[in-house]
Design a protein around this ligand. Sequence first.
Ligand code: FAD
Length: 470
Amino acid sequence: MQRKDFLKTVLLANAALATKPLAAMLSQFCEVDAMHSNDNVTYYKKTDAKYNDLRKGFNKRIDKFPQIIAVCKTTAGVAEAVNYAIANKLPVAVKSGGHCMEGFSCNNGGMVINLSELSSIEWTDDYTIKVGPGCKLANLYNELLPKQKIIPGGSCAGVAIGGLVVGGGYGLMSRLFGLTCDSLLDVTMVDGMGNIVTSVNNNDLLWACKGGGSGNFGIVTELKFKVHKAPKTMQSIRFKTRNATAQKAKEIFKVWFQETKQLPNHCFSACLLNGKTVYVLLTNTSKNTPAVQNFITKLSAISQTTTKTAAQPLATALKTYYGRQFPMNFKNASAGLYKSFDEIEPFIEEVLQKVINTPGMIYQVNTVGGYVQNADLEKQSSFPHRAFTYFSELQTYWETSLQSKKAMEKFEEIQQLFSSNNISVQYRNYPDINFKNSLQLYYGNNLPKLQAIKKLYDPNNVIRHEQSIL
Ligand SMILES: Cc1cc2nc3c(=O)[nH]c(=O)nc-3n(C[C@H](O)[C@H](O)[C@H](O)COP(=O)(O)OP(=O)(O)OC[C@H]3O[C@@H](n4cnc5c(N)ncnc54)[C@H](O)[C@@H]3O)c2cc1C
């Protein structure tokens, strides 16, 4: 850093920190002086060799260029970086695992706080752990499952717990144990003024971080979780129908919606159309009850093939769903949360027809519900959509930039069908940059309280992205 830049930074820092305690001011001066690296944080600029790798996320479609990337090793390092950003008027984006589907964990010209090195797992007793937000789900499961414990997280190995939990988080175990955020006991967070705060004795902060905390008002640096006794095994049953017409696909979706209503909480199911093939997945972590058997009978009757795997140890079975670990070109977004098939019946055949006509397009509906609907969990979290028992998503993948334009156009056409048919509830962890009124769609009736929390912890809107709370 040149001397004139250094002086400018110090002056700005002075102005911004006029009301801060002396210790905070001193750490600010030290941090500016030793700009590139210290025990708490390393800063990368465009000229640094690692910058290019660090700025990228899982979605190759998104290409952003922050001014500074602060790789933080401690909570103090995050606070230091935020103070630096404030002093230099840089907006802050927060990155844990970089899987945000719209790249909200990166920005152009601002600071990215990278939490990938804050990824440790510490047992506090047999049923509680402290985890760094950068911990990837595969590492979390590798730690928990050998001890027959589990947190109900998502299925993709590379997603980090930080981004997953602050937006809600659901997966194969959610109907049994709740959303990922329902197991969250406490957080440590750096707010938009550079203060380190904790949710101990602060129920509102914990409430806000359970579903409403995605890069909105603070940077969560430590997460304390309750862990659950894991089921021992999981069985997967797959139903497949090739060369489906839109009418046939609609019939399968309709039966699937009907039959999933009876499934016990130890089952998860998904129904998806990929090209012309309809797939139904059923997972079961307990016995084959009559309700499960009935589901299998009904879905077998309308599908071409049914494949059952034997029940496998949970760790082995979960690995089947880890997904691709390296970045891809894709668009993936929420396509509505539903209570029943009735909400999509009038227009779903048109959606399915467009999916069939568009190679690489996938429409998928997943079961949630079960324990997620528990009334106490609802009160304790800002996740607003527990009444909706089905989460759907639209996905499209491509290899070359030539294919991307068409894929994106078709994607938007299909999304338009959902919005014009009044599908107006969306899952924040599957954001779409094109959603109008996105905050209302993601946060529903909890938006005003979340906006008040934003004002409290980040009054100057330092922590922000394209769809952050204002
Ligand atoms: C392949 C794939 C599979 C997925 N599977 C599932 C699934 O099974 N279930 C499910 O619920 N979701 C799933 N998701 C969505 C996933 O939950 C979100 O993309 C999640 O936000 C990713 O978290 P991350 O930390 O990896 O991403 P990041 O890109 O680092 O962050 C995502 C968002 O969270 C914010 N954020 C990240 N860390 C923090 C923090 N420490 N404090 C405050 N804000 C933070 C960011 O600002 C950003 O807005 C999947 C996504 C992908 C790409």
